[in-house]
Design a protein around this ligand. Structure first.
Ligand SMILES: [Zn+2]
Length: 194
């Protein structure tokens, strides 16, 4: 499946989800058994761990369709990049989607400078440079949070393309595409022009 077909499939699935008419859930025993020997997902989705943004549900896809990488705040880590490299190199997905979302607790915590401790503080620290640069650019309020999400996901895509030889090669020579999208948890809509 080429990247455009993969995008179409995700768009169509999201429209079904928004309309409240998902296809009958495809995670039956026959499909499970068919997938036992090999997986052939058509897209890799990188997003937040938030319980309200499960890609399989909001894109209305089945068992085996999506290779999903989730971490709080959709932060950049070597594990995230390595997971995308696995999807691109080993599973040969044609599409990588980095999905930010509205009302992200991690983004809100970074913007509000809430004091945190332990490993969570380190997670939120990853977002602080984007808060600082967005504030410098004049963003405030809800628009500030969206802008931090935009800058964070832009950075993720940039690092994938410029610091991962495997992903850069796949973009250049295999026609894979990297896209940023924004998911509105209230409407269920995925914005592809984020
Ligand atoms: Zn989130």
């Amino acid at each position: 499946m080429n990247a455009q077909r993969a995008i179409d499939r995700l768009r169509e699935g999201n429209l079904r989800f928004v309309a409240g008419s998902p296809e009958p859930h495809r995670a039956d025993s026959a499909l499970r058994e068919r997938l036992a020997d090999a997986q052939t997902p058509f897209a890799c989705i990188v997003t937040c761990s938030d319980s309200r943004v499960p890609p399989e549900i909001l894109f209305d896809q089945s068992l085996g369709d999506l290779f999903v990488v989730r971490v709080v705040g959709t932060i950049l880590t070597p594990e995230v990049i390595g997971s995308v490299e696995f999807a691109v190199e080993q599973l040969e997905v044609s599409l990588v989607v980095v999905m930010a979302h509205s009302r992200c607790g991690a983004i809100a915590a970074a913007v509000a400078e809430i004091p945190l401790h332990g490993a969570l503080a380190a997670v939120i620290d990853c977002l602080k440079p984007f808060v600082a640069s967005a504030k410098l650019a004049g963003f405030t309020g809800v628009e500030l949070e969206a802008e931090v999400s935009r800058r964070n996901t832009m950075n993720l895509i940039y690092v994938m393309q410029h610091e991962s030889p495997a992903i850069a090669d796949a973009v250049k020579n295999k026609g894979i595409e990297l896209h940023r999208v924004y998911y509105d948890i209230a409407t269920g809509c995925v914005d592809w022009d984020f």
